[in-house]
Structures are given as C-alpha cells and as structure tokens.
Design a protein around this ligand. Structure first.
Ligand code: OFO
Length: 168
C-alpha cells in the first residue's frame, strides 16, 4: 500500500501534470494567434501528452488502492514574448518537472516502495526525452537567428515543427 507521504506526492505530481497541460495549451493558443500554426500544432499535441501523464498518475494511485484527489490547477504564466522565449519557458518547465519526478523516485527508494520506483522509471526516461527535445528546438531557433530571426527563418521553422513526431 502507498504510504500517506507517497500518496500525497503522487497526487501533487498528478496536478502538476495537469498544470503542464494548461501551460502548453496557453502557449499553443498564443502561437496560433501569432500565426505560428506549426508551433501551435506541436504545442497542442504536447498538451495532450501532459494530460496522458496526468492520467498515468491517476490510474496508478487507484491501482495501488490510494485516494485520488482532484485539485485546483494553478493559472498558467503570462504569454511568451517571442518564439525563443516560448521554448525557453518550455525547457525551464520541463527541468523543474524533472526535479519533482526525481523527488518521487528518491522517496520511493527511501521507502523501499519498489512498485512506485518501477512506475516512476517511465517518467525518468520521458523527462530526459522532453528536455532533449526542448533543447534541440532551442538550438534550431538560435540557428534561425533567435529573437532577431527573420520572418523567412521563422516561417521555415514553423513549417518544420508541424512535422515533429508525437511521443507518448
Ligand atoms: Fe512534460 O512531462 Fe509530463 O511528466
């Protein structure tokens, strides 16, 4: 059975994933309204991924006989000021998320809760992938000229992002 501390940690992480989905949704809506439809498409798809992560936590808590606590979701931050800022925020958010994932991994290890430890490994791998993806996109944006990218460079980038593959 889940310890009370683990149950609360997993619930918090579930809400954190729901918040991440809201952040991606708000950035996607921003990108769409700026005319970056490829970027918007990528961010909308990513919002769905975060919602799937939320569901993974929810299902796991139930599976272990824990109590799911559906809580309020905090407001997403302000709109980004440009494409580079958008992906810098995305990267930062993923790094922060990795920190909270690692905290749960450590707790499961300390408690000898190997089922949760095992469950969390999927997220450890996922976070590495997400951080790498965000870093690669930031590199592409920088190559395109960063905050002083030309409209042509941004157009090509936007079109390429439509083709970024989906993950889990
Ligand atoms: Fe962006 O990742 Fe969820 O966990």
């Amino acid at each position: 059975r889940l310890s009370p501390e683990m149950e609360s940690g997993l619930n918090k992480q579930m809400t954190q994933e729901a918040w991440a989905a809201q952040v991606y949704l708000s950035y996607a809506a921003w990108a769409a309204s700026e005319g970056y439809n490829g970027i918007a498409n990528f961010l909308f798809r990513h919002a769905n991924e975060e919602r799937n992560h939320m569901m993974k936590f929810l299902e796991y808590i139930l599976e272990r006989g824990g109590k799911v606590n559906i809580d309020a979701i905090a407001k997403p931050p302000q709109d980004p000021s440009n494409v580079q800022d958008c992906f810098e925020q995305v990267f930062k958010q993923e790094v922060d998320n990795t920190t909270s994932i690692y905290r749960l991994v450590k707790l499961s290890h300390d408690e000898g809760d190997w089922a949760t430890w095992h469950f969390m490994q999927w997220f450890v791998k996922e976070q590495t992938e997400e951080e790498t993806l965000a870093l690669n996109l930031l590199d592409k944006i920088k190559i395109a000229g960063g905050t002083s990218a030309t409209p042509e460079a941004l157009y090509t980038l936007d079109r390429d992002m439509e083709k970024e593959p989906d993950e889990a």
